[in-house]
Design a protein. Structure first.
Length: 219
């Protein structure tokens, strides 16, 4: 795997002071933004206008995680506003996810595909050839602060194997329940991008929390 990348999730930030909360994690690699539509997941967060405002003040690249239905309709807009990586859920795509990947890349972003804990990788190994990021959910999507699902680790291992054998060229990203204890297991399994919401924003000093995660991921 490449050097670990830490992506704090803004979901656990104070939404009444977003610009300050973005500035507090300037040491991280990507800023993870969870877009939820109250249909694909039972929670509602923010959409294009707010993400555009976040992009304008963020010193680090945005990693947009779209937990929405009809991702093919909305995903390109996030690429067009300047997000570095835009991830759609495999379970939400009605057509071939490769069409979304092509649109995202054409708009200048990295293309990500996310899988829920119960979704097998094997159905997507060919599709993933046209993606840049695979987001393996280590909780059921929808809420921050849930417990890490270690049973998903074999899927992370399998993804790493596909990358290392040259079958795929991907960032392997994990999201959900990542903290200084669980990040070691995820790193050992082969993840190289680590999303952390409550572990970063729940800490007194987010910069120190990011540094601690980085250290543990490299251990
Ligand atoms: C959950 C989101 C996550 C969430 C992670 O559906 O995709 O990005 O913010 O939060 P923690 O790190 O607290 O599990
Ligand atoms: Zn997320």
């Amino acid at each position: 795997p490449r050097a670990p990348m830490i992506a704090p999730s803004l979901l656990s930030a104070d939404f009444s002071r977003l610009a300050d909360e973005v500035a507090r994690v300037a040491d991280a690699d990507w800023l993870h933004v969870d877009v939820m539509d109250a249909h694909f997941v039972p929670n509602l967060t923010l959409g294009l206008p707010v993400v555009e405002a976040i992009q304008a003040v963020s010193p680090i690249p945005l990693d947009c995680h779209l937990m929405i239905e009809a991702p093919e309709r909305w995903a390109p807009g996030y690429a067009e506003l300047g997000a570095r990586n835009v991830t759609v859920h495999a379970e939400a795509c009605t057509g071939d996810p490769r069409a979304v990947a092509r649109d995202l890349r054409a708009a200048g972003a990295l293309a990500g595909l996310a899988v829920k804990p119960g979704t097998a990788l094997e159905d997507y190994t060919e599709v993933l050839r046209e993606f840049d990021t695979l987001l393996v959910m280590t909780v059921e999507p929808g809420f921050g602060g849930q417990a890490f699902m270690a049973e998903v680790l074999p899927k992370v291992r399998r993804a790493r194997e596909l990358v290392d054998t040259g079958h795929l060229q991907l960032f392997v990203e994990v999201d959900g329940g990542i903290n200084t204890d669980t990040i070691e297991q995820a790193a050992e399994a082969g993840a190289d991008v680590f999303v952390a919401g409550s572990a970063v924003y729940g800490a007194d000093d987010p910069a120190r929390a990011i540094a601690a995660l980085r250290t543990q991921a490299s251990a």
